[in-house]
Write a protein of this length. Structure first.
Length: 231
């Protein structure tokens, strides 16, 4: 990320917020802190995207409920839960819902900084992926109705002769449409055109190996009570 990453601390424990904010400022992060989930939601429209350090148990509106609300609002910012009252079912629910990590209070300085760094790297990757996807969709939107029709048929492997028969035109016209499609999509090969079609969901992507884990490779500590205090 080119800007200084923002860490949003949402915790009703004022002393904890002050201690964590001081640590993270020294480590080079920009900080925003909130005493409740409601205060965070009230400020979110003007807030800069970043990593959220979120307490599980807070009055009125808990961390898991805030996580659900952020998902509903399509604010897919990375969340690191930190709690002094954690249990395995809660951590599993949080991770399954997309949390980056689940840390027990008190947490060591290095454990926290490592978790934040992983979350920010992943977030940057997700944002880059979304930027590319938006660009591809923008390019495809420049195609005319007939060009879109030809594009859909060609990336599914239909030869020019078959495409011409299906849309009721000549092979020569189909070739001309294909050339324009390639130019508008800024691609130099058929494989690149197919890749764009896969990325925007026009055709099914090739299957990839799935992690056989409910946690998608994220780490939940075997014990939620063995972290060290922040110095």
């Amino acid at each position: 990320m080119t800007d200084v990453p923002v860490i949003h601390i949402v915790d009703d424990d004022a002393l904890f917020r002050i201690a964590i904010a001081r640590l993270l400022k020294i480590s080079g992060y920009e900080i925003a802190d909130y005493a409740s989930a409601d205060s965070f939601l009230s400020a979110i429209d003007a807030a800069k995207p970043g990593c959220i350090l979120l307490d599980v148990q807070m009055p009125a509106y808990g961390g898991l409920q805030l996580q659900d609300e952020l998902a509903r609002l399509s604010r897919h910012w990375p969340i690191i839960f930190m709690t002094g009252h954690g249990d395995l079912p809660t951590s599993v629910r949080a991770i399954k819902a997309g949390a980056e990590d689940f840390l027990a209070k008190p947490v060591s300085k290095q454990t926290l900084l490592d978790a934040i760094e992983r979350a920010l790297i992943r977030f940057a990757s997700v944002r880059q992926h979304q930027h590319q996807l938006d660009l591809f969709k923008s390019l495809v939107s420049t195609l005319t109705a007939r060009e879109s029709e030809v594009f859909a048929l060609m990336v599914h492997g239909n030869p020019n002769k078959q495409i011409a028969f299906q849309i009721g035109t000549s092979e020569r016209t189909v070739k001309a449409h294909r050339q324009v499609v390639m130019q508008k999509l800024h691609v130099r090969s058929f494989a690149e055109a197919v890749s764009i079609a896969e990325r925007i969901g026009l055709i099914a992507q090739k299957p990839t190996t799935q992690l056989n884990s409910a946690f998608d490779g994220r780490y939940i500590p075997p014990s939620l009570a063995d972290s060290r205090r922040c110095p």
